[in-house]
Design a protein around this ligand. Sequence first.
Ligand code: DGJ
Length: 733
Amino acid sequence: MSLITVDQANRVFHLHNQTLSYIFAVEQGGTLSHLYFGGHVDHYHGELRYPRVDRGFSGNLPGSTDRTFSRDTLPKEYSTAGEMDYHLPAAIVRHTDGANALFLVYQGYRIEAGKPKLSGLPAAFVEDETEAETLTIVLVDQVSQVEFDLQYTIYRDRPVVTRSVQVCNQGDHAVNLEKVASMQIDFTDRQFETITLPGAHANERHPERGSINYGIQTFGSLRGTSSHQMNPFLALVDHTTTEFSGDAYGFNLVYSGNHAFELEKDQLDQLHLMVGINSYNFNWQLKAGATFQTPEVLMVYTNKGLNAMSQAYHHLIRERVVRSEFKNQERPIVVNNWEATFFDFNEAKLKPIVDEAKQLGIEMFVLDDGWFGHRDDDNSSLGDWQVDHRKFPQGLNHFVKYVHEQGLKFGIWLEPEMISYDSKLYQQHPDYLMQVPGRSPSPSRNQYILDLGRQAVRNNIFDQLDQLLKSKQIDYIKWDMNRHLSDIYSVALPPERQGEVYHRYVLGLYELLERLTTAYPHILFEGCSGGGGRFDAGMAYYMPQIWASDNTDAVARLTIQYGTSLAYPISLATAHVSVSPNQQTGRETSMSTRSAVAASGVLGYELDLTQLSSADKQIVQKQVVQYKQIRPLIQFGEFYRLKSPITSNQAAWMFVSPQQDEAIVMVFNLTSYAQPSLTKTKLVGLNPKLNYQNIATKAIFGGDELMQLGFYDPVVYQDYTTKVYHFRAVTEN
Ligand code: DGJ
């Protein structure tokens, strides 16, 4: 069955699969009019059109006397500055005469099987051409001959449409792109709420549900990265949408730099949404004949609530964004020395941690920050990726060999995008440091940014890392980034092209990651940016897992991991057990709560294992065994949020196997009260016809019983307790 239907007579395009329909038409003036995005429509006859109404102060098409058609009021697919539309435009193009006029007119379309790659940018892909179809709509400005190709891909078996834009300058003169959104969508007669993922360092991705008021509202980042502060994801939901019912529209931008999700609610209660690269300090010179590709937006639609939206993203990102050969492999349980030692370590001090890890069944040792240059604190050596012989007198290989001999894999920390003043790299190449001529660059964590937009800089870093990786048996890399961009300037570009620096940095990063991950496909890469500061689908394309947050406090992590799961799969989020009281919050929690929260992601440990009490060691040992048993279920099962730590005094979630024959349920109680109200946990996603046994108590429940009646949570007079249930389908005698 074709996924894209074109009604040639009425010039209507209909993208459809079993779940959704996305419909737009070509109207007067070659204008694309958005008609519908929602549940699947089978019998569409093209009747719904935007009504023609003469609206004061909303002008009409050039040369037309029809006062009822206005690009200002029409719900559109893509708008530009200078076309009689008083809303925020999706694109702004500046011509050599200084004008920003652009009037895009429909020229034609192409349909192709599958999904073409996006040049230089991460994007969702297909493994087989029959999985998806792609529609390209060609719009052209007749005066300048600047062409906008709107790209839409619809997947056959996923509730997903992806969108991006390619701009091609077919004219004779260079133009400047001052803004190019990846998509626009306009809604009429909908009263949506937004769900976004704002946060902070060590406090990332706290879901926030908000109303949409008249005017313009932007959720975005100006930090040069996708950021801790505002993840590049937004959902539009109805007031009545819950985790399990109602319309949810998700928009996830596959990009790791400055982004903007712009909403405008206008005088007619119509809502415009634009998603793409933030136009702040963006100005791209597009020479005659050149093209510019925007990042891609992953759009999801469901009428089954937020869990269904999240699951669509979990599957899409895990299966069709992450490319690493590890994407379907169970991820090793690591111990990381950062919170155990910080910078204060040497080979002799690390070996006992490795020994202890072996005893506990841990599978990988990760050597964190401080192993290179002469880095005893965070003031030096970034850019010098050679081992510090004071800490490893017999070289790094000697230690790597030791780790391998204990049966553990070896991982290493890198921060390749950075440079310290106190480094050989700076002495040799001071110009690699991004800075504005004549001004002092601003430090952050006393470090500076490398100008990754430059090929020479990327080559230097690639060669250093290549040297390190080819001579050592390194199994894993933690790729960190501990500051945001500032001093935006590149000596490689003329003054009039400095507006390209932010985006060129991201493109440079992607190119470097492409080279490294291609050269070293057997290394497991983990993304990190001071925790989850670059937790986005763009990084997921190169790295199958990302450190979710520097905050390892189990209670804080409940909200962070809860929020993260809205838009990203569990297999992407790493989570570590650390010491109590926690180093970031000072909070005390039990080992079992810390373990359960960390085991709700890609589990690891981040503490001095040699300092554990023997009771805690036993818990860890047991937990490692248990986690290995349930690991496929956690990392690749269907994940459901049951109770929100933001709106209740509990958090609860569950993981169900694809065959629905096994489930893990975790219920976390937050603050303890005298005379507590009783709470029940009801499960979802099970087979109502099967019976399930609680493996610990042997009690048997019907699947329908667990989902309809649920069970009472135990009353516990203690803060931050956890209950983990493991159910397996059984045949009753
Ligand atoms: C920030 C990371 O998130 C931490 O886990 C650790 O690797 C430090 N950087 C090291 O500098």
